[in-house]
Design a binder for this molecule. Structure first.
Ligand SMILES: [Zn+2]
Length: 475
């Protein structure tokens, strides 16, 4: 995937901007004019610094220039993902401190970043990275996509479609025509889209069309059947490659020959008691993380077909689409044909049959997505249909984990239900705590929303945690 610069002379600015009408992300490489260089940077340019990568293990200081607390939090959150794989730490410092990476949010000026240590050569009052379209309505996939991409540049990675082995069968005339709409001449398209780096001047791993550093390529820009999707998360190759550039120290292996126990000369102090379970994380407030949500808390939430999700509060609900950037006005629960409830306690989607289960008090209904109405014969009693006395008589929250497993929550307890055996699994109910749900700070849950796999949102009061059901922990 990503290329490593070992030769290209000095500073390139990677400018990626979004044409809103086309929703196409395009990036230009610019040589910054002398007025953005610090005096030291100008000297370095003369000396022809070739190395773009930071030192392995380096702590890179980062600060913001402007931007709301909301967009700052999102950039902090997604930027840190690189550090899971790279032996690099990002330290976010106060606005008035000096920092090596300086992030601005100048709207309409594109999203871009200088490449690796080139940031050190930029005059200290200027940004080294910009996000030109982040705002309070930006969705998480966009935050993830663009932040990971720009921090990839900041760690020294260049565009994947410029990989020496990129096999994209461009339909060049179509691409020229497409970019001409936004005022690009052919030379600029050649440089930004078609250019590939020479084998001799770069180090790289295998080409990876799923790299976060790749443009999306629509099928109609190619000859034959070739396209590249919108990559919004780090690919496996991204993770491997960055770990090669910034390798983490290898943990010392335990000695193979056991040492003989030595007799203690002094009485051993008793070890302090181990605190019960991992320390809980702080939850995020709904008003901040779900900016613009018209509810103070969430009663119930469910995924639905076609990437839609629904959140319920009292007799209202909102629809939230993965790709939606805005939250619409709340709508009335009466829109759900045949649902006889004044509010919803819990809900989940069973995609096998395309049914949504909606719970209220001791009852529930099954809602059919295809016909958009409640199935005949409902409501029914929860315990009568869901495992008898082993099931809770009413529920606070529910969601489908994966496979046939549904989790139900009630007060400070939860249980797992198997849809294939129609039974509550053995060993339940259990207690909701930071051990069973790693680092969760809640002991009672209002709603759980299954997001794009493996992420679920767990709501309680006016707060929520994000939980990764693959790694089985909050994050
Ligand atoms: Zn870029």
């Amino acid at each position: 995937m990503n290329l490593k610069f070992t030769f290209l002379t000095f500073t390139f600015c990677f400018l990626c901007f979004l044409s809103v009408s086309q929703a196409q992300n395009v990036c230009v490489e610019l040589i910054p004019s002398a007025d953005v260089l610090s005096s030291e940077g100008a000297m370095k340019k003369m000396a022809g610094d070739k190395q773009k990568f930071w030192d392995n293990g380096q702590v890179i200081s980062v600060k913001f220039i402007g931007g709301s607390e909301f967009v700052r939090a999102k950039v902090r959150q997604y930027a840190q993902e690189w550090s899971q794989y790279a032996h690099i730490s990002l330290r976010f410092v106060a606005d008035n401190a000096n920092a090596q990476i300086r992030i601005a949010f100048e709207q309409g000026k594109g999203s871009w970043s200088y490449l690796g240590k080139d940031a050190l050569s930029i005059a200290s009052h200027l940004p080294t990275m910009n996000y030109g379209w982040f705002n309070e309505k930006t969705n998480d996939r966009e935050f993830s996509r663009t932040t990971l991409h720009e921090f990839g540049h900041a760690l020294g990675l260049i565009h994947e479609h410029s990989h020496p082995a990129a096999p994209i069968p461009w339909n060049k005339e179509k691409v020229y025509a497409y970019y001409a709409q936004q005022g690009w001449n052919r030379e600029k398209v050649d440089r930004s889209v078609f250019r590939r780096y020479n084998h001799q001047i770069t180090q790289y791993s295998e080409y990876d069309r799923l790299s976060i550093m790749h443009y999306a390529v629509p099928n109609e820009h190619t000859i034959g059947d070739y396209e590249v999707p919108w990559n919004t998360v780090l690919s496996e190759t991204d993770k491997r490659f960055i770990a090669q550039i910034y390798p983490k120290p290898i943990k010392p292996t335990t000695p193979t020959t056991p040492t003989k126990p030595t007799k203690p000369t002094k009485p051993i102090k008793p070890t302090p008691p181990v605190p019960p379970g991992p320390q809980a994380l702080r939850p995020t407030s709904l008003a901040w993380g779900w900016y613009g949500i018209p509810f103070p808390s969430v009663d119930a939430a469910t995924e639905y077909s076609q990437g839609r999700t629904y959140l319920f509060y009292k007799d209202k609900y909102i629809q939230w689409n993965y790709d939606e950037r805005t939250i619409l006005e709340p709508m009335s629960l009466k829109d759900w044909n045949g649902v006889p409830f004044d509010r919803i306690d819990a809900a989940f989607y069973w995609e096998v049959t395309q049914k949504v289960y909606l719970f209220r008090g001791t009852q529930y209904v099954r809602y059919d997505v295809a016909t958009n109405k409640t199935d005949a014969g409902y409501p029914k009693n929860i315990q009568a249909m869901w495992g008898g006395s082993q099931m809770f008589s009413s529920v606070d929250a529910a969601f489908r984990w994966s496979g046939n497993k549904i989790y139900f929550f009630k007060d400070n307890q939860y249980l797992r239900y198997d849809m294939s055996t129609n039974k509550v699994d053995q060993g339940y109910p259990r207690t909701i705590n930071a051990t069973n749900w790693r680092k969760l700070s809640f002991t009672k849950i209002d709603a759980v929303l299954k997001w794009t796999y493996p992420i679920v949102y767990i709501f309680s009061g006016g707060q929520y945690h994000r939980y990764n059901i693959e790694t089985d922990r909050t994050f």
